[in-house]
Design a protein. Sequence first.
Length: 197
Amino acid sequence: MMRTGLALACAAVLAACSSPDHPATPVAAPAAAISSAAAPAVPAAPAQPVTLARYDGYGDMRFGMDETAFDQAWGGELKGKPEPGSACFYKTPKWVKVPADFAFMFEGGRFVRYDVGTTKEVAPGGGKVGMSEAQIRGLYGDRVVEQPHKYVAGAKYLRVAASQGKAVLLFETDATGKATRWRVGMPPQVDYVEGCG
């Protein structure tokens, strides 16, 4: 009898706790749940394009390196070697199908320039193949020096000197002002219009 009375008393107390006149007291949530619920979601920063292109070289390879040091820094298979009697030649990574898309120039046994003809690579400072002349000028400002293209009427070379050192970034445009390729290197090699030709 005593147990039944106690059970009825507990039921009455619980019912009174949740009546409209006596709202139930909320149970405190664990502190970890409060802090994670209260903290607003922070959007992730937009991903910056990954670029290995630099004014002083590419990735771990620096202008002026000899072939042996370059090959060690590259760490992968490269195609290309000098022709007999030639001081200038290109090396390309094994995965490059068209050498005009991506190649490293050597002259006198030293790494002196790299050439890019694909949208996959980003130049130092953010320039890319496919950008307009206005976009290039927007990125590099008054550092851009314009020169007429040697072979294409209306096309240009847009030359951007590094802020430190002697290296140069050079964009080639077509007659409509669209960047078709770019290269980074040391003078005079960066200005060789025909590459090693």
